[in-house]
Design a binder for this molecule. Structure first.
Ligand code: HEM
Ligand SMILES: *[C@@H]1O[C@H](CO)[C@@H](O)[C@H](O)[C@H]1NC(C)=O
Ligand SMILES: *[C@@H]1O[C@H](CO)[C@@H](O)[C@H](O)[C@H]1NC(C)=O
Ligand SMILES: *[C@@H]1O[C@H](CO)[C@@H](O)[C@H](O)[C@H]1NC(C)=O
Ligand SMILES: *[C@@H]1O[C@H](CO)[C@@H](O)[C@H](O)[C@H]1NC(C)=O
Length: 323
């Protein structure tokens, strides 16, 4: 290596190394945690106050905002496409199978957007608002914190078909889950860490009925306790907590539940059903700090999926529609 680098201190080579450096660092170099430092110094505190107030009114809202961010990022990147309403001449993602009658939290994002439009018009993107709101939600419910790189811009398009195909279904088996996350650049370990999001929030009966009545890999007492609010027919929209133990704290109880066959979704229990991810689930049971650290890294990475930066996209003035 010595001879290869001889003379690397000449100005020309320094220039080449610098451009190579920026080329390699690429798109992520365009996001920066201080992006709004001068243009909207109160952006982050405004988002945090609004999230804290929404979560103190209803703890579940923290879960809903986190899921909204996930469903944005897994569909052509974190570009706020999930927030666009359908109109007579525009098809958004809100009616996609995983989203319809299920996603919530839009009002909180719209309220934050209007506050930020008064404070610093046309500066803070809906995609950044959603990414920061997800982080603040995690923190509000006791989860780990992390810095959020900023500077995402908003899409002018949405994709109903990508929403239907890229967001993993709760009917997937372990290999389907691993593939869905690998398609977005995540390892099986990151799949397990990110699934730890199911330590908060609620699920409709329709999403777990088959598990309750047709699966053997479920705790008897757990299944029995759920059947009255989730009968074989009817009650599709009745809610049950994803984490039966502590539904509004961001902790590692989700993983403890999996080990006692108390995963609510089929996909949850798949992470601990005698397959390749069992050991990772056990590791998060015995070491909550590792879960927190791995989760923070993985969710931050999710927030960096294919952002629109520079002059791509736009800064929407209303998150529900293209300018
Ligand atoms: C591993 C694959 C995943 C599957 C199959 C899955 C599936 C689901 C389903 C079916 C629901 C309930 C929907 C309903 O009945 O209305 C749900 C809720 C939720 N999901 Fe996931 N999810 C996955 C991964 C994730 C990830 C990676 C995150 C966050 C980073 C996440 C966050 C949430 C949250 C917080 C809720 C509760 C939302 C609320 O209470 O409003 N999920 N998920
Ligand atoms: C699309 O519909 C909206 C109303 O929903 C209207 O304001 C807009 O002008 C329409 N755009 C086109 C290109 O037709
Ligand atoms: C997982 O599901 C896929 C698609 O439904 C199927 O082809 C595959 O055989 C399943 N794998 C296992 C191990 O059950
Ligand atoms: C259970 O499985 C049977 C046979 O595959 C199916 O007919 C039935 O609809 C399933 N029940 C539920 C609640 O999913
Ligand atoms: C159920 O989970 C256990 C591990 O807890 C595993 O050994 C078994 O194969 C699983 N069965 C099914 C049908 O997934």
């Amino acid at each position: 290596m010595g001879s290869y680098h001889t003379g690397s201190c000449t100005p020309t080579n320094t220039k080449i190394s610098l451009s190579l450096f920026f080329l390699l660092v690429g798109a992520s170099a365009q996001l920066s945690s201080t992006f709004y430092g001068k243009s909207c110094p109160n952006a982050l505190s405004t988002i945090k106050s609004a999230v804290n107030s929404a979560v103190s009114k209803e703890a579940r809202m923290g879960a809903s905002l986190l899921r909204l961010h996930f469903h944005d990022c897994f569909v052509n990147g974190c570009d706020a496409s999930v927030l666009l309403d359908d109109t007579a001449n525009f098809t958004g993602e809100k009616t996609a199978g995983p989203n319809a009658n299920s996603l919530r939290g839009f009002d909180v994002i719209n309220t934050i957007k209007s506050q930020l439009e008064s404070l610093c018009p046309k500066v803070v993107s809906c995609a950044d608002i959603l990414t920061v709101a997800a982080r603040d939600s995690i923190v509000a419910l006791g989860g780990p914190t992390y810095t959020v790189p900023l500077g995402r811009r908003d899409s002018t398009t949405a994709s109903l078909s990508a929403a239907n195909s890229n967001i993993p279904a709760p009917t997937l088996n372990l290999s389907g889950l691993i593939t869905a996350f690998s398609n977005k650049g995540f390892t099986a370990k990151e799949l397990v860490a990110l699934s730890g999001s199911h330590t908060i929030g609620q699920v409709r009966c329709t999403s777990f009925r088959a598990r309750l009545y047709n699966e053997t890999n479920i705790s008897d007492s757990f299944a029995t306790s759920l059947k009255s609010s989730c009968p074989t027919r009817g009650g599709d929209n009745n809610l049950s907590p994803l984490d039966v133990t502590s539904p509004t704290s961001f902790d590692n109880a989700y993983f403890r539940n999996l080990v006692s066959q108390k995963g609510l979704l089929h996909s949850d229990q798949q992470l601990f059903s005698g397959g390749s991810t069992d050991s990772q689930v056990k590791a998060y049971v015995s070491n909550p700090a590792t879960f927190r650290a791995d989760f923070a890294n993985a969710i931050k990475k999710m927030g960096n999926l294919s952002p629109l930066t520079g002059t791509k996209g736009q800064i929407r003035t209303d998150c529900r529609k293209v300018n």
